[in-house]
Design a protein around this ligand. Structure first.
Ligand code: 13P
Ligand code: SF4
Length: 333
């Protein structure tokens, strides 16, 4: 390695943090990343800011600068609780919007405003109004992977971590569950007594997995444990040993400690879990989310330096969208 990359003692900078990410970040790249990490830590103190990072963020973000990590539900809960002045959402746009809806008086930043989501793109507020006209009186449960405008038209939200509990909490015979068709079908399989009406939205990461992928993994790694996210098609979930949100998959690994596991979800999930669970072997397949991968340490640094890109939600949407999110937060799985 170039000697200029080393500090005066001949060691890599921030060695404790590098230890956590060394399987994912080549040593040659670490000094530049460590510079961003140090700058982000200082900026967080100066601005009274927190970084909330989703489980799909790359290890060099997840394990170095995040104050709070978790699934969509945990990030929404923590966003509702924080007393920081500035919230940086290392995740995708709908997550930052949810944080803003819960904290209209705070500055909420997203390091890359183009970090979207195929599910959020699949439905508009006008679509929800038209669904309501077609199904009068049927409550609308909306996945948090949607815009504030869609949330504002909904009765309450859900995440993959509480979808079943949210639908059950309504006590209704028919429920519209939008926009993730596969999540809705997977909940339907668990709740045969309720009729769940769906919308044809899909996650571009999870819809690509097939039941054949799982059978191939079982053949290649006999005895492997298969965990699948409920955004996967029902045929994939049916082949898995367990299905749950990213936080539920983490709990499963840390409770059951399988020798070998395949996580049928975004690749960073296994990368981040491997750091804390070196005795578990994580095997492929996995898929990358191009939206989550738009976030980098450099963009988080720039975001805190210039207070960009600020996420705003029109005043008229805040109250109805907040009602739907808060009704969700009140449901205990
Ligand atoms: P959860 O972390 O809530 O399971 O969500 C997964 C996801 O795809 C978020 O975009
Ligand atoms: Fe959206 Fe899927 Fe990416 Fe999550 S993984 S942000 S649901 S496209």
């Amino acid at each position: 390695m170039d000697a200029s990359l080393l500090d005066r003692a001949g060691a890599l900078p921030l060695p404790d943090l590098y230890e956590k990410v060394r399987h994912h970040v080549p040593a040659i790249e670490w000094p530049a990343l460590a510079d961003d990490v140090a700058a982000i830590q200082a900026l967080k103190r100066a601005r009274n800011a927190v970084v909330l990072a989703h489980n799909y963020q790359a290890p060099e973000i997840f394990h170095t600068v995040a104050d709070i990590v978790g699934d969509s539900l945990a990030l929404a809960r923590e966003a509702a609780r924080t007393d920081a002045d500035v919230i940086v959402l290392a995740g995708v746009h709908f997550m930052a919007e949810t944080a803003k809806i819960l904290n209209p008086g705070k500055t909420v930043l997203i390091p890359d405003p183009e970090a979207g989501c195929s599910l959020a793109e699949s439905i508009t507020a006008a679509d929800v109004r038209s669904l309501r006209r077609r199904h009068p009186g049927v409550p609308v449960v909306t996945y948090v992977n949607t815009s504030a405008a869609v949330k504002a038209e909904s009765d309450l939200c859900c995440t993959s971590g509480n979808a079943r509990a949210v639908v059950e909490s309504l006590g209704a015979p028919r429920v519209l569950m939008i926009p993730d068709e596969y999540l809705a079908q997977n909940v339907q399989a668990e709740l045969p007594g309720i009729e769940i009406l769906t919308w044809a939205g899909h996650c571009e990461v999870h819809e690509r997995f097939t039941a054949a992928d799982i059978r191939e993994a079982r053949e290649a790694y006999p005895g492997v444990t298969v965990l699948a996210h409920p955004e996967c098609p029902p045929a994939v979930v049916a082949e898995a040993d367990f299905s749950g949100s990213t936080a539920a998959m983490q709990d499963y690994v840390e409770t059951h400690r399988p020798a070998q596991v395949v996580m049928i979800t975004e690749c960073a999930m296994a990368d981040n879990l491997a750091v804390r669970n070196p005795d578990v072997a994580f095997v492929k397949p996995c898929n990358l989310c191009p939206h989550m991968k738009r976030i980098s340490l450099r963009k988080i640094r720039r975001s805190l330096e210039g207070l960009t890109h600020e996420v705003t939600v029109p005043d008229a949407l805040i109250a109805p969208a907040r009602r739907a999110v808060e009704r969700m937060l009140a449901v205990r799985p």
